[in-house]
Design a protein around this ligand. Structure first.
Ligand code: FAD
Length: 234
């Protein structure tokens, strides 16, 4: 296995490093102190420079590059601070990748295009007050009623809660026990029946909002089931 970066990867790394070191240290300090996320105009600037969705397909507005390419850029921004690296992480990994891998085509087009353009942040919501490491203890329900999923439950520790425009919410889609009924639904922030708890105060990673999310009969189109329940996939 070759562990050397090729010429293109070194050039990408160099571009990211020069930008991050020249433009971001003072801004990062300000954001960490104020506990505020990167302002929208800066996220748009990242998008224009091709730093968002680096590893997502060009068909969705991404850079069409590899996961390693995305990590090389992320590393250079993260050397400055999580405050300025978070939009890169969120657009390249986690829920964005799950949407790219599993969502239906219209949802991919809507969500990933907005993510790559810097117009949407997507958060992942798995943990609950009684489900951390043992995630299969999660209790949030998504009851399928025709072409709608009705969500009931409470999530904890969601990074981006209240700030992100979209949430990939892991929940039980049937009564099957353990992992078998767990799937994931994409939920837009403005959906009636969703509310957010008080913002958590953390020792670090402070510019990102973290909070509980409450689902109280939130109705989401069934076409936004990104991951069907595990039982139906086997
Ligand atoms: C800053 C921050 C951001 C987060 N962002 C998100 C997010 O965006 N979305 C989201 O869904 N979640 C998020 N989380 C939650 C995170 O994923 C959970 O904290 C994690 O899953 C651990 O759960 P827990 O805190 O309940 O710890 P616990 O599950 O209670 O674990 C506590 C300790 O016990 C150990 N332990 C647990 N079970 C066992 C076992 N069976 N055997 C031996 N040891 C065990 C663990 O290793 C750990 O050391 C975030 C957490 C933090 C701190």
């Amino acid at each position: 296995m070759n562990f050397q970066l090729d010429e293109q990867q070194r050039a990408l790394q160099d571009t990211a490093r020069k930008f991050a070191q020249a433009e971001l240290p003072a801004l990062a300090r300000k954001l960490e102190e104020a506990r505020e996320p990167l302002p929208h105009e800066w996220v748009k600037r990242y998008a224009e420079m091709g730093f968002l969705g680096i590893n997502l397909p060009e068909a969705y507005g991404g850079g069409g590059m590899t996961h390693l390419d995305a990590v090389l850029v992320l590393e250079e921004f993260a050397k400055i601070s999580g405050a300025v690296a978070a939009p890169i992480f969120e657009s390249c990994f986690g829920p964005a990748l799950a949407v790219q891998r599993y969502a239906d085509e219209p949802l991919k087009q809507r969500v990933l295009r907005a993510v790559c353009a810097g117009d949407m942040m997507v958060a992942v919501s798995m943990s609950e007050p009684g489900a951390g490491s043992a995630l299969t203890d999660l209790k949030t329900r998504g009851v399928i009623e025709g072409d709608t999923v009705v969500l009931e439950g409470q999530k904890r520790w969601c990074s981006g809660a209240g700030h992100a425009e979209g949430y990939l919410v892991y929940c039980r889609l049937s009564d099957a026990p353990g992992a078998a009924s767990i799937g994931a639904v994409f939920v837009d922030k403005g959906t009636p029946g969703i509310s957010f708890g008080k913002r958590d105060y953390l020792m670090g990673f402070r510019s990102t909002h973290h909070a509980d999310i409450f689902f109280d009969g939130a109705r989401v189109p069934a076409s936004q089931i990104v991951v069907p329940e595990a039982a139906s996939r086997s």
